[in-house]
Design a protein around this ligand. Structure first.
Ligand code: 4GY
Length: 227
């Protein structure tokens, strides 16, 4: 899979990824992450990318031309039909279902805005979908794009060491994960639940499922009522 991240701060993306498991997976070849600098596509003599907002008001707005040309460059590099996703608080809320859906694409293009945002007309012209990682405002779309890239990348076969890891985890079945324990067996008088030491895999599975259901009811009852 290929993930294109279009940004004014490509080093923010490449630096963060170089320290992550997703970055290591990128090195393994199952995944390629391309950080394109929108400024490189500005035809302005001074490589300007932003201008004052029509109608007045604080801050600057990213203008259409560099974004349009950068998106088209990414589309060409990707071979054509990659969805263009704008990271915005106005988008649909990102969740595991959307991550799974996006992981089915050969390529995706994540567009990151800055300042007061981007000219509405280039959104209308090139953006297929707007995604929000939550109801708060960031200074730019990069952190949101990295959240999406990380959640999507780990679903690509071969990116996680263990293909089971993505199947049994939180949200896969609309349940939170069961608690995990490792050595020592007793720590500060707290014992590992006896059943996990029993070696009876059927009993362990049943206990873990009960724990998942109990946790979900207590911490995220909304998950049990959905779809
Ligand atoms: N929340 N989810 C988010 C965000 C920053 C100004 C438009 C979010 O996805 N993106 O807060 N993005 C803003 C910054 C331009 C995007």
């Amino acid at each position: 899979m290929e993930i294109y991240i279009l940004t004014l701060f490509p080093e923010m993306v490449t630096d963060a990824l170089s320290h992550s498991i997703v970055g290591r997976a990128a090195a393994s070849g199952k995944l390629r992450i391309h950080a394109l600098n929108i400024r490189d596509y500005s035809t302005d003599a001074h490589k300007k990318v932003d201008d004052y907002p029509y109608g007045g008001g604080a801050g600057m707005v990213m203008f259409c031309q560099p974004i349009y040309d950068c998106v088209n460059a990414a589309k060409e590099m990707s071979g054509g039909d990659a969805p263009v996703i704008y990271m915005s608080p106005q988008g649909e809320r990102f969740d595991q279902g959307i991550a799974k859906e996006l992981s089915g694409n050969q390529s995706i293009i994540l567009l990151c805005g800055h300042y007061e945002g981007i000219d509405e007309r280039v959104i209308e012209e090139v953006v297929d979908r707007q995604i929000s990682i939550g109801d708060y405002v960031l200074t730019g779309g990069e952190l949101a794009a990295m959240v999406v890239a990380d959640a999507v990348a780990r679903l690509v076969p071969g990116v996680l060491h263990n293909d089971q890891s993505a199947a049994g985890e939180s949200f896969e079945n609309d349940l939170l994960e069961y608690p995990q324990y490792t050595r020592p067996r007793v720590w500060r008088d707290r014992e590992v639940p006896e059943i996990l030491l029993s070696g009876d895999h059927a009993k362990v599975d049943a206990w873990r499922y009960e724990q998942s259901v109990e946790r979900t009811k207590r911490l995220r009852p909304d998950l049990l009522r959905e779809g």
